[in-house]
Ligand binder design. Structure first.
Ligand SMILES: Cc1cc2nc3c(=O)[nH]c(=O)nc-3n(C[C@H](O)[C@H](O)[C@H](O)COP(=O)(O)OP(=O)(O)OC[C@H]3O[C@@H](n4cnc5c(N)ncnc54)[C@H](O)[C@@H]3O)c2cc1C
Length: 314
């Protein structure tokens, strides 16, 4: 291994100062699940590793402006198992659950995963479909970046070398919204996807018209891809099952997969259409399930009805 300096800053200010000191030659080390492999393969050769383990206060998960604020150092496992995330946005917890194995999820962080920018990763399509943003900070200030403008190429993002992701923000979803993430895994359960798709669908209150929709795909290009032409087929239109297949066909035009051991480019393109349709169907089922749950009598109310009935019989 090539020698490097190892720094252990205790707070964000020290992180910023160290990144500035090395002027683009330092690398942040969060969970290390991606970076250590890349260093072993000599794909990256930083002159300094800035270990984030001792930096406190950047792994919280809380409600902010009705949405979810997730610290950049929160682990995948913390997101997946957070009762707040599970209650407010089950699709997000499910997406993080799909990542690799529990051992990797215990180490891998939200910020490290996004900065790694492998187009086969699970969280990006869901986060793009949810309209999420990241906060990046440096010694010179901070900025908020929408995730659909964040990824530039294979393993490349718009982050500057002196920036650190300190927060992921997922805005509150509108009423009558359903969300789904699905991943095609023909090999093993902990593999990267052959194709993945996320859909966030909002209906009007009569459930007859599509008010809004966001669709994103993974593993079908050099970055995760938002399928805007597919969204345009649906947005503002009456809800019709056939339209989901039409949107899927449109999504094919947005993807540009590579042939590899997970499938040929042509196969992945066809699967992109199928997976967009299925993600939309799953998001619709989510809306219907939520409406059903809302309409069902609460357990306490059930007890009251039972008591009343008992009273009547007397
Ligand atoms: C065996 C294996 C299987 C995997 N399977 C999947 C899978 O199925 N699905 C999936 O989505 N992913 C999968 N992954 C990838 C995994 O999600 C990433 O390795 C992980 O998310 C990286 O997070 P980390 O905290 O370990 O980052 P690190 O390895 O510490 O860092 C990764 C990169 O991000 C930078 N960085 C770290 N933290 C920050 C920050 N806060 N701000 C800015 N830059 C930062 C680092 O400098 C480095 O360039 C797999 C990985 C392995 C090793």
């Amino acid at each position: 291994m090539i020698p490097f300096e190892y720094r252990t800053p205790k707070n964000l200010k020290e992180v910023h100062a160290t990144l500035k000191e090395f002027g683009g030659d330092a690398k942040l080390l969060a969970g290390g699940t991606a970076l250590v492999i890349m260093m072993k393969q000599r794909l990256v050769r930083p002159s300094c590793l800035v270990a984030l383990r001792s930096v406190r206060g950047l792994n919280g998960i809380e409600v902010k402006d009705g949405g979810l604020s997730i610290g950049g150092l929160a682990t995948h496992r913390e997101v997946e198992s957070s009762s707040l995330v599970r209650r407010r946005l089950p699709m997000l917890a499910e997406t993080f659950h799909h990542v690799a194995t529990i051992r990797i999820r215990n180490l891998a962080t939200v910020g490290g995963g996004l900065a790694h920018a492998d187009p086969n990763q699970d969280p990006p399509p869901s986060l793009i479909a949810l309209g999420a943003t990241v906060k990046a900070t440096s010694a010179s200030g901070s900025r908020v970046i929408p995730l659909d403008e964040f990824f530039k190429d294979y393993y490349e993002t718009v982050l500057n070398p002196d920036e650190i992701i300190t927060e992921l923000f997922v805005p509150k979803v509108a009423p009558n919204t359903g969300a789904a993430y699905i991943k095609f895994l023909p090999r093993t359960a902990d593999d990267y996807a052959t194709v993945s798709a996320a859909a966030v669908l909002t209906l009007d209150k009569t459930h007859k018209t599509i008010v809004d929709v966001r669709i994103a795909l993974g593993s079908v290009g050099v970055t995760p891809i938002r399928a805007t032409a597919a969204e345009a087929v649906l947005r503002g239109q009456p809800l019709k099952a056939e339209a989901f297949a039409e949107a899927g066909e449109k999504a094919k035009g947005a993807v540009d997969p590579l042939s590899d051991f997970r499938g040929s480019a042509a196969y992945k393109k066809d699967m992109a259409a199928v997976f967009v349709r299925r993600a939309l169907e799953k998001a619709l089922a989510d809306i219907r399930q939520q409406a059903k749950a809302k309409a069902a009598p609460k357990p306490a109310a059930k007890k009251k009805v039972a008591k009343k009935k008992k009273g009547k019989r007397k």
